[in-house]
Design a binder for this molecule. Structure first.
Ligand SMILES: [Zn+2]
Length: 1007
């Protein structure tokens, strides 16, 4: 920006400010600057587009005029919220940069790009005096955010609070069909820069409002395309927004833990570098404004109680003021529970700031519509004394009025109490540092001898991305630990009640961690996020909250298959250690000499990356464990040939994978591991959940073709192109996959055109309606029969079962199971299967009411395939319970051998009697092979809510079901979920790596 221009504007506006100050009085409220002219034309349009007077407030029913600063009309051609106007992100940015050019009170910062390369911005609005002091203020906020820098000195903190101004960060339209925020924020930025009303001037002089008008930029532009298509095709059905961002849809607001998406990383970086006191995310769903921050219980168990009080303070101020304005439908409680820390706004909640969120009422575009509500929406409740109208004409302008009015009230309130909130910011930071000596724990330790250093590194890097400091022990150290509990007492309901027996003083034992162990100290400012991610979660099945909003468990060590020890002994903090500078790296590279390279199989996610990076090399997998020069290698370890030392060393160093070079290949049974050709198949109905699979594949650099069910319907020889076809979960029932959408009405295209430049690209079609069809189903089944591998999880596994891909597997209808997005334990059944390579005896996985599989040796589960019960119970007769009955008057008969009992996860053996003419008897080599099963009811729950767990306990969890020459791999869990489940990735990656040798290690029944 041109400096001379700034100073010119500065003096002009300064004079103007003085005049205004003399002519207005800020009464307890929001008096306007009477001397400031208003933009009559713009103001008239606001009234015209607002459908009822009471859908607006005195704060936003006018627009002040400025001689030199353009209004949103300069870009929109109409006012913010006008019908038919939905700007692309670039247009919003163009306007923000026009503001920056015209006003010294606005600065635009580029904060990174999206997956598809589009820019993200943050716009700072404040007085020129404040903007000039951003850097010195940042230095003060950094000190308040890390009280260690001022030796936890409260008096010094008070001085800093006095000198500092706070930052309130507003983020818009993360959810692409929620379309109103960008225009509301354009106008809000204008008001904050231009309006001379005393309360706005005071906001401008007292604090920085930071605005990211579009969070999900890729999705916003697609949404605008869809809306424009709709405008150009009146009377037709328009495309549903099947893709929002490049990978996921509404789950982009569940990424604040796993941080897989660029938008999360970019907002986190803004948060960590600007140190705002509030992160306020704008959404649209319910009528007319739900300040859902206060929400409902259960509250997240790891945030500071100071924060939950702040939620109440600011939220109720919003409701109260808007009630006084007579605006209906403003409320603060409701159905949102505040348990999961996965929402974008929780970046602030878990980092000593304040998280806030509005749900306003949007029309999913800029049409003005008559909206009819359901009784539960418009009825008066204790927390909604002035409920929304049962039926009302609703416009995007109304939505913009509500959003802006509420934000202005919040900004004003926050500004008037800015010292309180700055002091709270300091106190929350201080209390985070004091965690070890208060509630604990002292630290989380990642032992140096964890066999999965790749996954360990991955999790530690996530903590670093969350702003946490990671230390490494330079010597071994010993701490007292709570004695590890043995198996929990059996509990029929599968829902342990931890408080059932009075707690005895926990017995302790000492534990020594080796040098090189990583330590995440809890005496650091961002201890809360580490604690929230690494701790265990327990949600009582009897919690009053029965409509659960999201996942109930997420323990990152468990889901990452990484050893994480919660240490309460503060001695851990005095261990010899140094802070890791830069990203945590796991040691890799080649040691030894020779032209064979051996890599241990340990279920780390980066092993598959190595396979595809060294695509030209020959890889073999050892089918048994072996030893070379005193080093032990697991079953499944790689033996690499035809690759140069330089190439292998470079790849393994970068990936952090240790490789041992040897002159002679070890003598162990092996099979080749070819680089499989992979397709990920999607429907045109929903792509959100499979997006989490794609992002993991892309992160691991596993190449794949992205194909739709329609392409599978057209391709009769899928084997020519692919070895493995993956069908991610989230597609609904069999009918939805096969039939697609109803064929009524017009074709619905999803492709790049002049009108829709942001659609298509990586996935496109002339008509989204047709599904897989029965031809596609046959193509898919022939693909497997001819030797292909099909992978399905949750509903896509049920799809394979229901359509005849898996003779011998059936799905049992669940009646009681409530596994609501939690972490459950599985146990290894067949560690010789290549799918199990590198895994141990147990594995924690993510489950959301996964399908309950039953296994049979007979097609369809008949002919004695079901589980038998009640064996060993004798009938009434002579003798004791263990005695045989005796038939009187004849010699005792010879008793036939009792059928061997079978486990829940196994197929029941077929007895001779049943084998007679048993057409459906599956040949032994084609019977389902169970790799993992769910844990026993008493041990099943690791984290979250589990009720009726006995229903799924012990059932098969991962199955390799042969179909002629191919295999169908079924998961009753979701191995790829929100970037949180790296521990189960290798189950799928092992399948891919060993795709044409999945029968390795298989034991077949004799008959
Ligand atoms: Zn939303």
């Amino acid at each position: 920006m041109n400096l001379r221009r700034i100073s010119g504007l500065l003096s002009a506006s300064f004079l103007f400010l003085c005049v205004v100050a003399l002519t207005t009085h800020a009464q307890n409220g929001y008096a306007r600057a009477t001397a400031q002219p208003i933009d009559d034309e713009y103001t008239k349009k606001i009234a015209e587009y607002t459908t009822e007077k009471f859908f607006n407030s005195p704060l936003t029913d006018y627009l002040p005029a400025s001689p030199n600063v353009p209004t949103p009309k300069a870009v929109l051609g109409d006012v913010a919220g006008a019908p038919g106007k939905l700007p692309y992100a670039e247009d919003v940015y163009k306007y923000m940069r026009m503001l920056e050019k015209a006003s010294p009170r606005v600065k635009v910062f580029s904060i990174g790009t999206t997956e598809e390369g589009r820019e993200m911005i943050a716009v700072a609005v404040a007085s020129e005096a404040l903007l000039a002091k951003l850097e010195e203020n940042r230095a003060r906020l950094n000190k308040l955010a890390d009280p260690r820098t001022i030796n936890m000195d409260d008096a010094e903190a008070d001085r800093l609070v006095d000198q500092s101004f706070p930052i309130y960060y507003i983020t818009g339209t993360i959810h692409s069909p929620e379309t109103g925020a960008p225009t509301a924020l354009m106008e809000l930025a204008y008001r904050l820069a231009v309006d001379e009303s005393p309360y706005i001037k005071s906001i401008r002089d007292g604090m920085v409002t930071l605005i990211t008008p579009v969070v999900e930029v890729d999705g916003r532009n697609r949404m605008v395309d869809v809306y424009n298509w709709h405008l150009a095709h009146p009377g037709q059905n328009w495309p549903g927004l099947v893709y929002w961002g490049h990978y996921v849809a509404h789950d982009n607001n569940r990424d604040a833990m796993g941080m897989s998406l660029k938008l999360t990383r970019n907002i986190m970086n803004v948060y960590l570098s600007w140190k705002p006191q509030v992160l306020h995310d704008l959404h649209e769903s319910v009528a007319y404004l739900y300040d859902n921050t206060i929400g409902d219980g259960p509250y997240n168990a790891w945030v500071d109680p100071i924060l939950t009080d702040e939620w109440q303070l600011i939220g109720w101020k919003n409701v109260s003021e808007m009630t006084k304005f007579g605006m209906p439908g403003v409320f603060a409680h409701g159905t949102f529970d505040t348990w999961s820390p996965g929402y974008l706004m929780f970046i602030a909640a878990t980092h000593n700031g304040i998280s806030r969120l509005y749900e306003t009422f949007g029309n999913g575009g800029a049409d003005t519509l008559t909206r009819t509500l359901s009784p539960d929406e418009y009825q008066r409740t204790w927390y909604k004394q002035n409920p929304p109208l049962p039926r009302a004409k609703w416009s995007q302008r109304n939505n913009n009025n509500y959003e802006q009015t509420a934000l202005l009230i919040s900004l004003d309130y926050f500004n008037k109490n800015s010292k309180l909130f700055l002091k709270n910011f300091y106190l929350k930071s201080k209390r985070s540092i004091e965690k070890p000596k208060n509630e604990g724990p002292a630290a989380y330790v990642f032992p140096a001898d964890d066999p999965r250093t790749g996954n360990q590194t991955r999790l530690l890097r996530l903590l670093q991305a969350q702003g946490c400091e990671v230390h490494r022990a330079t010597a071994s150290f010993t701490v007292a630990m709570k004695k590890k509990a043995t198996a929990r007492p059996a509990n029929r309901g599968g829902s342990p009640s931890p408080a059932a027996s009075p707690a005895k003083a926990p017995e302790t034992e000492s534990r020594t961690f080796p040098a090189g162990s990583y330590i995440v100290r809890m005496d650091q400012p961002y201890s809360r996020i580490a604690d929230a991610l690494l701790d265990y979660q327990y949600w009582s099945p009897r919690d009053p909250q029965q409509s659960i909003y999201d996942d109930t468990g997420w323990t990152f060590g468990e889901l990452g298959n990484v050893q994480v020890e919660r240490v309460t002994d503060t001695k851990a903090l005095s261990a010899a250690m140094e802070r890791v500078s830069g990203e945590v790296r796991s040691p890799g590279g080649v040691s030894g000499t020779g032209s064979f390279f051996i890599v241990n199989s340990n279920a780390d996610t980066n092993l598959i990356t190595l396979r595809y990076q060294l695509k030209q090399a020959a890889f073999e997998a050892a089918e048994e464990a072996f030893e070379v020069s005193g080093r032990k290698f697991n079953r499944g370890s790689f033996i690499i040939r035809n690759a140069s030392l330089d190439v292998v060393n470079k790849a393994t160093s970068e990936l952090g994978i240790p490789a041992l070079a040897v002159a002679q290949a070890p003598t162990v049974k092996t099979h080749p591991m070819k680089a499989a050709r992979i397709a990920i198949m999607h429907t045109w109905a929903s792509t959100q959940d499979e997006g989490w699979w794609r992002i993991a594949f892309d992160q691991m650099q596993v190449p794949y073709d992205y194909i739709s069910t329609q392409e599978v319907a057209r391709e009769t020889d899928l084997n020519k192109k692919y070895d493995v076809i993956i069908f991610g979960p989230g597609n609904g029932n069999v009918n939805a996959v096969i039939q697609g959408r109803p064929m009524y009405g017009n074709p619905i295209p999803w492709k790049k055109t002049e009108l829709t430049p942001n659609l298509g690209g990586f996935a496109s079609t002339d008509d989204m309606r047709p599904g897989l069809g029965y031809t596609g189903l046959m193509n898919l089944q022939n693909f497997v029969k001819n030797g292909g591998v099909f992978v399905g999880a949750d509903d896509s596994a049920s799809f394979a079962v229901a359509t005849g891909f898996t003779p011998g597997v059936s799905v049992q209808t669940s009646t009681r199971l409530r596994a609501i997005g939690d972490v459950l334990k599985t146990r290894m059944v067949d560690s010789a299967s290549p799918i199990a390579y590198g895994y141990g005896d147990t594995l924690s996985v993510y489950c959301f009411n996964g399908p309950i599989f039953n296994i049979s040796n007979v097609v369809g589960g008949g002919g004695g395939g079901g589980r038998r019960g009640g064996g060993g119970q004798r009938t009434t007769g002579r003798g004791t319970a263990d005695d045989p009955d005796v038939v009187q008057g004849r010699p005792p008969a010879e008793m036939p051998e009792q059928p061997p009992s079978s486990e829940v996860w196994e197929a029941a053996p077929i007895m001779e009697e049943q084998r007679r003419n048993l057409v459906g008897l599956i040949p032994p080599n084609l019977r389902p092979r169970v790799i993992l099963r769910w844990g026993n009811a008493s041990e099943l729950l690791v984290s979250g809510l589990l009720d009726g767990g006995d229903e799924i306990a012990q059932h098969a969890a991962v199955i390799d079901s042969p179909l002629e020459r191919g295999h169908v791999i079924l998961f009753s869990m979701n191995p790829f979920w929100r970037g949180q489940t790296a521990g189960s990735y290798a189950l799928v990656f092992n399948t891919i790596l060993n795709f044409d040798n999945l029968n390795a290690g298989r034991k077949t029944d004799e008959k």
